[in-house]
Design a protein around this ligand. Structure first.
Ligand code: CP
Ligand code: NVA
Length: 336
């Protein structure tokens, strides 16, 4: 078990970048979930991997990260490869050196680059100039690697994706929400973006995703009323109300999003709690009553402690799955 041929038999993304989920077909997205499952099983059975021996990945970090960077490091090490973190304060990128020049240098040294930062344009330039696969590990616009782990987690619990209803509750136009919308569309799920008017995703984003969803037997809708939106949900998903880079909007967002807090009352309104047909997901980090600097005066923000700690909360499976899905992306784009 675990040779390159066996592992990659159904998915080959050799040399390709993942800047948004539009970079993979619907079929490829599902095959990545399959490969993630196989790699997880391989790791759990104690098989030592060698699929990425001799491969080197650069991780560029303009924003903070716990899960994404650790998932990359562990995924590479599990299969014999190496990852190197390059934090923005430590490299010349954006100061003495252009993105294009940094990309060309890193492309001569590394087999792939994962970028976490602000502008989508930066990750696009890295892909354009480096000559190696570039993966978006979160920009202001998208978080595609997260959405892959999210749907892996949903499928692990329910055994399927098609026809399941996922409701994203919160800042409906952020990177996590819009990547999830596209991921659900690709797999024929019913995606509901539950968000106030002021935080609605663009009509273009919704239109594109809706077309894909409908082609796969799913749907995309945007609903402002949480009680209406969550009815029949199989997955309630939320994310922070203030994304990295938006810290100055704290008070404004709290005022807008208070009615969108995921709490037990909202979970009960799904109607699926007693039958155990609903789970809670969050990409993390989560402000759930944990006494951080940010929540000392406010208490829980996007999710309450009882929901976060409940048996139907699958947030740590989801975090772990970042390793398996990240590994699947690397194996499929660096091997074959
Ligand atoms: N979910 C996620 O991307 O976590 P980090 O910000 O810790 O990488
Ligand atoms: N929307 C959040 C996701 C963090 C993983 C942010 O961009 O900060």
């Amino acid at each position: 078990m675990g040779s390159k041929v066996e592992m990659n038999s159904e998915i080959n993304l050799k040399g390709r970048s993942l800047l948004t989920l539009h970079d993979v077909t619907d079929e490829e997205f599902l095959r990545l979930v399959d490969l993630s499952d196989r790699l997880k099983q391989k790791k759990k059975s104690g098989v030592r991997g060698d699929l990425l021996v001799g491969k080197h990945i650069a991780i560029i970090l303009e924003k903070m990260s716990t899960r994404t960077r650790c998932a990359v490091a562990v995924a590479m090490a599990d299969e014999g490869g190496m990852a190197q973190v390059l934090s923005s304060g430590e490299i010349h990128l954006g100061k003495k050196e252009s993105v294009a020049d940094t990309a060309r240098v890193l492309g001569r040294m590394f087999d792939g680059i994962l970028y976490r930062g602000y502008q989508q344009k930066t990750v696009e330039l890295l892909a354009q100039y480096s000559g190696v696969p570039v993966w978006n590990g979160l920009t202001d616009e998208a978080h595609p690697t997260q959405a892959l782990a999210d749907l892996m987690t949903v499928r692990e619990f329910f055994g399927d994706l098609h026809g399941r209803k996922l409701v994203f509750v919160g800042d409906g136009r952020n990177n996590v929400a819009t990547s999830l919308m596209l991921a659900c569309a690709k797999t024929g799920m019913h995606f509901v973006d539950c968000t106030p008017e002021a935080l609605k995703p663009s009509e273009t984003t919704v239109g594109v995703c809706r077309k894909i969803a409908e082609g796969n037997g799913g749907s995309v809708s945007v609903v402002s009323n949480p009680s209406v939106a969550v009815k029949g949900a199989n997955v309630i998903y939320t994310d922070v109300w203030i994304s990295m880079g938006e810290e100055s909007m704290f008070a404004e967002r709290l005022a807008l999003l208070r009615p969108y807090q995921v709490n037990m009352d909202m979970m009960r309104k799904t109607g699926n709690l007693d039958s155990e047909e609903v789970i809670f997901l969050h990409c993390l980090p989560a402000l759930h009553d944990y006494k951080t600097e940010l929540t000392l005066e406010t208490g829980a923000l996007e999710v309450t402690d009882d929901v976060f700690e409940a048996s139907f909360s699958r947030v740590f499976d989801q975090a772990e799955n970042r390793v398996h899905t990240t590994k699947a992306i690397f194996v499929s784009s660096l091997c074959n």
